[in-house]
Design a protein around this ligand. Structure first.
Ligand code: X2X
Length: 337
């Protein structure tokens, strides 16, 4: 994308965000105008809660802070937005820890296949020592992660060709994965043929059959309308994924302490509400997606875990992350050996 085009899209997005919020334009420009970007559609709970948080922040700061919201990869794909939040072109960005791992390797640790049995384990770990360990690593690359990670959810496999019930069904399958070494490694270990594609390109990659499959939580499959280009949904729950709320450190530290306090409190509060929204959606969306023509099947995770174990997946990643990180994970999920 050229810079001109990007600036144009940015302006259009800012205008339409303001209009969608029903805000009367402020009489004076805000003292602090901050950009937030996300790869998710505007009606995904993450962006719905961000819109409400932006309003609360504007109110509480008495108009001193204005958050400009750019959902739906309006500012570029994830790889591009990650560069932008690092340079300060974007102030805030929600990014999957697994993708952030291209920069902070340990940030993908929550995506280890079949690690978390349930949400009880997920939030205990991510709001506890495992999350704190990951955040400390993120701080080292000039990004400030907020305390509460946002939910993406347990991921399910969708395809246009055939349902996935056993590891055999995955063999050779052309499946899109996000740009992340852990994702590629896991689907290679399962003998699929993974291709890294940013989320902004997923719909068209499926539509044109560059790939036949992808995997995402139901809330994403629904809001990004992937049901239009996918037939089967196999409920594999093969990994849990969440979005760290990242601030560019320089633009964050430039803000006065009281303003930082208002923003951080509202954003962390919104994250907790968003977690409830996603849990509710992920448990109710199957019926809706079936009504839209998707065929669901359940999946026994055991043979998949077995394949990963046999391929040396857990042992390899234990070595890559190191003993300390692995210990933090196993403390919450039990032994993965
Ligand atoms: O790219 C994806 O598949 C998504 C939307 O789930 C992430 O951001 C990781």
């Amino acid at each position: 994308m050229t810079l001109d085009r990007r600036n144009f899209l940015r302006t259009v997005a800012a205008l339409s965000t303001g209009a969608a919020l029903g805000h009367t334009p402020p009489a004076r420009a805000a003292e602090f105008s901050l950009k937030f970007a996300s790869n998710l559609p505007a009606d995904h709970p993450l962006n719905v809660r961000m819109k409400a948080a932006a309003e609360a922040i504007a109110d509480e700061s008495k108009g001193r802070v204005e958050l400009l919201l750019f959902p739906n990869s309006q500012l570029g794909g994830d790889t591009d937005m990650l560069s932008q939040v690092r340079s300060g072109a974007i102030d805030f960005f929600t990014l999957s820890g697994l993708i952030l791992a291209t920069l902070v390797p340990v940030a993908s640790i929550n995506g280890i296949g079949f690690a978390f049995r349930d949400y009880g384990q997920v939030w205990a770990a991510m709001d506890g020592e495992l999350g704190a360990f990951v955040r400390a690593s993120i701080e080292k690359v000039g990004l400030h992660p907020f305390e509460k990670i946002w939910d993406n959810g347990y991921r399910q496999i969708t395809t246009s060709s055939h349902p996935v019930a056993s590891p055999d069904d995955l063999r050779g399958m052309k499946i899109r994965v996000p740009v992340s070494p852990l994702w590629t490694s896991m689907f290679k270990a399962l003998e699929a043929a993974p291709t890294s594609i940013n989320f902004s390109e997923v719909y068209s990659a499926l539509q044109t059959h560059i790939v036949e499959a992808e995997e995402n939580p139901l809330a994403v499959i629904q809001t990004a309308k992937l049901y239009e280009v996918q037939k089967y949904c196999s409920v594999s729950n093969h990994m849990w994924d969440g979005f760290w709320f990242l601030a560019n450190r320089r633009s964050w530290e430039r803000l006065p302490a009281d303003i930082r306090q208002v923003i951080e409190t509202q954003i962390n509060r919104a994250a907790l509400l968003q977690r409830e929204d996603v849990a509710r959606l992920n448990s109710s969306l199957q019926t809706e997606l079936q009504a839209r023509g998707m065929a669901f099947n359940s999946v026994d995770p055991q043979p998949f875990r077995q394949s990963l174990r046999k391929a040396g997946f857990y042992a390899d990643w234990h070595t890559k992350y190191g003993d300390e990180a692995w210990k933090h994970l196993e403390r919450y999920v039990g032994s993965l050996a």
